[in-house]
Design a binder for this molecule. Structure first.
Ligand code: PLP
Length: 375
């Protein structure tokens, strides 16, 4: 199998699985238990937190484990809205956020919030000025993702954070950094809430984290209960998942520069190779090194994905979370219909090779030439 869908999820390296296995079978204690076996687990939880915080470059005591990126996005938005309930009931976000943010915004609309959804230009670009202009005296929260999961566009979160106090010093800034986890420093970004998820960097599914800036005093708990995660997100700690997240973070930290250089060269190679196929056009002005969006203009993306899938090549049409439904991100670009219908996303990981890109290019060429049956 050739896996070119790392933005959907990533393979778990053996070292990560072993760290999890050890915790599941030997170090299985409950961190809340009083005896030394439990206390030892509590220490390990704090160690794992420090490792993930090191990858994000944020203080560990403000990083809270969650069950996934979706949970972090929902928690951040609701906590920010609640924190600023006296400021107003207006939220600014973009039309190209992940549905974890968009669907949460819809719920907030049902609760009486007004949400401004900023449209990107045809390249998927949204400027800091555009975001800041939309901020009003009653804006409780702004939520702008760091890297778009379908286009690889990188949004100017640090510039938004810099400009926000001038527009409204009370407004809180959230960024969904799920697709940028190895590429930012939370300290330098300056956002109040930063969401991440382990399964995009070789960690297990079912674990994420939310960084909450110290300037957010007494953040609203997500899950009141037994008091875990400083009483903000109760529930017995998912220790094996945390161990896996931390080991994956360590592996990525060790090879940060090497991985980045590999992905950048791979993406440039893929772009050049695939754009030489007739009717393939680039989509968006994405620069994230692991995501490449393209369109085989005139060929339905669903058919391409099925055809390639039948040949053992995994790519995706829009986001994997929207299977079967047209992607809201591609719709927001307002591309010509022929281009919009043929958009596919290739996404890479440290394990991806040029030979895999070549095989994908061959399969796309066959699809284009009609030598493979169209589904
Ligand atoms: N945000 C973005 C940008 C994503 O790409 C994803 C997953 O695809 C999520 C949020 C949701 O993360 P999770 O799958 O951990 O809930």
């Amino acid at each position: 199998m050739i896996y070119l869908d790392h933005a959907a999820t990533t393979p778990v390296p053996r070292e990560v699985a072993s760290a999890m296995y050890e915790v599941l079978t030997e170090q299985f204690g409950n961190p809340s238990s009083q005896y030394p076996f439990g206390a030892e687990m509590k220490k390990r939880v704090e160690g794992w937190r420090e490792t993930v915080a090191a990858l994000m470059d944020c203080p560990a005591d403000r990083l809270f484990f969650t069950s996934c990126g979706t949970e972090g996005d929902n928690w951040a938005l609701r906590a920010a809205a609640w924190q600023n309930r006296h400021v107003g009931r207006h939220i600014v976000t973009t039309a190209v956020e992940h549905s974890a943010v968009l669907e949460c915004c819809k719920w907030l609309e049902r609760d009486g919030y007004e949400v401004t959804y900023l449209a990107p230009d045809q390249d998927g670009t949204i400027t800091a000025a555009q975001v800041l202009e939309a901020v009003r005296p009653d804006t409780a929260a702004v939520s702008v993702m760091l890297v778009n999961n379908e286009l690889g566009t990188v949004y100017p979160v640090a510039d938004i954070a810099k400009g926000l106090p001038l527009r409204n010093p009370k407004t809180l800034l959230h960024t969904d950094a799920v697709q940028g986890l190895t590429a930012f420093s939370a300290r330098r970004l300056g956002a109040d809430f930063v969401t991440v998820s382990a399964h995009k960097i070789g960690g297990p599914k079912g674990i994420g984290a939310l960084y909450i800036n110290p300037r957010v005093k007494n953040p609203r708990p997500l899950l009141p209960g037994g008091g875990q995660e400083k009483s903000l997100r109760s529930g017995t700690e998912a220790t094996a998942q945390m161990a896996g997240f931390a080991r994956a973070a360590e592996l990525r930290l060790e090879r940060l520069e090497e991985n980045r250089a590999h992905l950048e060269s791979l993406r440039a190679y893929a772009r050049e190779t695939l754009l030489s196929i007739p009717d393939i056009v680039p989509v968006g002005a994405g620069t994230a090194p692991h995501i490449l969006a393209l369109s085989l203009a005139g060929w339905p993306a669903g058919n391409i994905v099925n055809d390639l899938g039948n040949q053992g090549i995994c790519v995706s049409a829009g986001s994997a979370c929207h299977q079967g439904k047209p992607s809201h991100v591609i719709a927001a670009l307002r591309l010509p219909k022929r281009v919009a219908s043929g958009v596919i996303r290739l996404s890479f990981g440290p394990e991806t090779t040029r030979a895999e890109i070549d095989a994908c290019a061959q399969a796309l060429r066959r699809h284009h030439d009609g030598r493979m049956p169209m589904l």
